[in-house]
Design a protein around this ligand. Structure first.
Ligand code: 5AD
Ligand code: SF4
Length: 446
C-alpha cells in the first residue's frame, strides 16, 4: 500500500463471523503503512492481533487460554532479544476492555471494533509505555518536525524549551511517534534558566514546545508566564506552538493581564472543513476554533494571529478547500505557514483513500498563499502611523540601521545608534512591506 517492502510481521487470528474477517483485513490495511506485512505464524510476529468473537459460550475463556500460549511466545522472543506486541481486538475487547490487560499483563493493547483506525496511535502509545522510541521507522523531516533555531545567540532574545513531545496524534504527523509523549520541564528549572538569561541581558524569551500550551508543570503555561513576568529585565514573553485544544481560560486571561505576554499567537488550525479536521484527528471544528479566536481577541483585542495550514489532505474536495479559505478570511491572519500535504509512511493518513493530485495541491497552495500574503500585507500596513515599542536586536543590513521586533513579531528597521540594541524604544512606523516595517525613532521625530 505504501509501495515499500514490509519491515515488520503481523499475525492476525480471526475468530467468529464474516464481519470479523472483514475487520481483520481492514486492520491489516491500516497497519500496512507502518511497515507491517501479514505472516501466517505467530511465533515470529512483531505484532499479534487476536480479533475475538463473543457469540459462543466460553469464547472469552478461549481467548485467555490462547493469550497464555502467545505470552510464552512473547517471552521466547524477548529472550532472543526481540519484541512482540500483543493486541486484543473484536467483541471480547469491546466487552472486557482494559480488564483483559489486568488479567493477562502480556497484552499491550485492547481495541474495540469502533477504533481500528486508531491502531497506529494505540500501538505507538503501547510502545512508548515500554520506553521505546519509534524514530527509526520514520525519515526525519526538518520541515515539519524541527523547532526554530536561535535568532541571535548571546543576543537580547532567546529560546527556552519548556515542553517536548506530543500526544495529539494528528493523522498526518510523525511527531507523536518520533518525539514521544508530552513531557514538561519543572517550573523551577525553567525559572532558573530564565533568570540566568535575563542576567546575561536577554530581554525576550520564547518558550518552546511541540505543544507548548499543554505545559503541565505547576500552574500550567499561564502560571509559568506569570512567574516569568516577575523576573527583572525579562520584558517580553512569547510561546510556540500551541494546540487549540489546550488553549485554556487561564492562559487567555494571562493575555489580558500580563503586559509581558506579547500579543502574537501561533495557533495552527490546519484546515477549515470539519470533515477534513475530523480525518486529521484535530479534536476541534472550524466553529470551535473561530469561537476560541473570538475569546482570545476579547481578552487581547490587538492580538496578531498566525497559523499552520495543510492543503490537499486526503479526501479534500474543492468545497473543503473553500472552507479553509473562508476560515482564513474570517480570522484574518498576521502571518502563516502553509504546506502541501505530504504522505508520511507510518502515519494513518498515508493509508487514507482520496490522495490528492500534486497539481491540485499546487493550485490550492497558490490560492491560499495569495490570500495569506494579502492579509499579512494588510496587517503590516495597518501599523503605519502608529508608534510601536520595538525591541532592538542587532544592527540592520545597512550602515547606521538597527533591526528589531514589534510586539506583533514584525521585523522593524530604523536609523539609530547601536547603543539602543537591547532596549525597547518607541518607533513611529512610516512604511510597511510584506515581511517588515520601517520607521523612525519617536524621540527624534518629535
Ligand atoms: N504534510 C504536510 N504538512 C505537515 N505538517 C506536519 N506534518 C505534515 C505533513 N505530513 C505541518 C502542519 C504542522 C506543521 C509544523 O507542519 O501544518 O502544524
Ligand atoms: Fe503533530 Fe502538532 Fe498534531 Fe502534535 S499537534 S500531532 S505535533 S501537528
Amino acid at each position: 500500500m505504501t509501495g515499500s517492502a514490509p519491515t515488520k510481521r503481523l499475525f492476525i487470528k480471526t475468530y467468529g463471523c464474516q464481519m470479523n474477517v472483514y475487520d481483520s483485513e481492514r486492520m491489516a490495511d491500516v497497519l500496512a503503512p507502518l511497515g507491517y506485512g501479514v505472516t501466517s505464524t505467530p511465533e515470529d510476529a512483531d505484532l499479534v492481533v487476536l480479533n475475538t468473537c463473543h457469540i459462543r459460550e466460553k469464547a472469552t475463556e478461549k481467548v485467555y487460554s490462547e493469550l497464555g500460549q502467545i505470552k510464552l511466545m512473547k517471552q521466547a522472543r524477548a529472550q532472543a532479544g526481540g519484541k512482540m506486541t500483543i493486541a486484543v481486538a473484536g467483541c471480547v475487547a469491546q466487552a472486557e476492555g482494559e480488564q483483559i490487560m489486568l488479567r493477562q499483563p502480556a497484552v499491550d493493547l485492547v481495541v474495540g471494533p469502533q477504533a481500528y483506525h486508531q491502531l497506529p496511535e494505540l500501538i505507538a502509545r503501547a510502545h512508548r509505555a515500554r520506553g521505546e522510541r519509534l524514530a527509526a521507522d520514520f525519515a526525519a523531516d526538518e520541515k515539519f518536525d524541527a523547532l526554530p533555531v536561535a535568532r541571535n545567540p548571546d543576543g537580547v532574545t532567546a529560546f527556552l524549551t519548556v515542553q517536548e513531545g506530543c500526544d495529539k496524534f494528528c493523522t498526518f504527523c510523525v511527531v507523536p511517534y518520533t518525539r514521544g509523549g508530552e513531557w514538561s520541564r519543572p517550573v523551577e528549572t525553567i525559572l532558573a534558566e530564565a533568570r540566568d538569561l535575563a542576567a546575561k541581558g536577554v530581554r525576550e524569551v520564547t518558550l518552546l514546545g511541540q505543544n507548548v500550551n499543554a505545559y503541565a508543570g505547576e500552574g500550567g503555561l499561564a502560571g509559568l508566564a506569570r512567574q516569568l513576568a516577575q523576573i527583572e529585565g525579562l520584558d517580553r514573553i512569547r510561546y510556540t506552538t500551541s494546540h487549540p485544544a489546550d488553549m485554556d481560560d487561564a492562559l487567555i486571561e494571562a493575555h489580558a493581564e500580563l503586559p509581558q505576554l506579547m500579543p502574537y499567537l501561533h495557533l495552527p488550525v490546519q484546515a477549515g472543513s470539519d470533515k477534513i479536521l475530523k480525518a486529521m484527528n484535530r479534536a476541534h471544528t472550524a466553529e470551535s476554533y473561530l469561537r476560541l479566536v473570538e475569546k482570545i481577541r476579547a481578552a487581547r483585542p490587538d492580538i496578531a494571529m498566525s497559523g499552520d495550514f495543510i492543503v490537499g489532505f486526503p479526501g479534500e474536495r474543492d468545497a473543503d478547500f473553500e472552507a479553509t479559505l473562508s476560515l482564513v478570511r474570517e480570522v484574518g491572519y498576521a502571518a502563516s505557514f502553509t504546506f502541501k500535504y505530504s504522505r508520511r509512511p507510518g502515519t494513518p493518513a498515508a493509508a487514507l483513500p482520496g490522495q490528492v493530485e500534486e497539481a491540485v495541491k499546487d493550485e490550492r497552495l497558490a490560492r491560499l498563499n495569495a490570500l495569506i500574503d494579502e492579509q499579512q500585507r494588510a496587517f503590516n500596513a495597518a501599523q503605519v502611523g502608529k508608534v510601536l515599542p520595538v525591541l532592538f536586536e542587532k544592527p540592520g543590513r545597512h550602515p547606521g540601521q538597527l533591526s528589531g521586533r514589534s510586539p506583533y513579531l514584525q521585523a522593524v528597521h530604523v536609523e539609530g545608534p547601536e547603543r539602543l540594541i537591547g532596549q525597547i524604544v518607541p518607533v513611529r512606523i512610516e512604511t510597511a512591506h510584506k515581511m517588515s516595517l520601517a520607521g523612525v525613532l519617536e524621540m527624534e521625530s518629535a
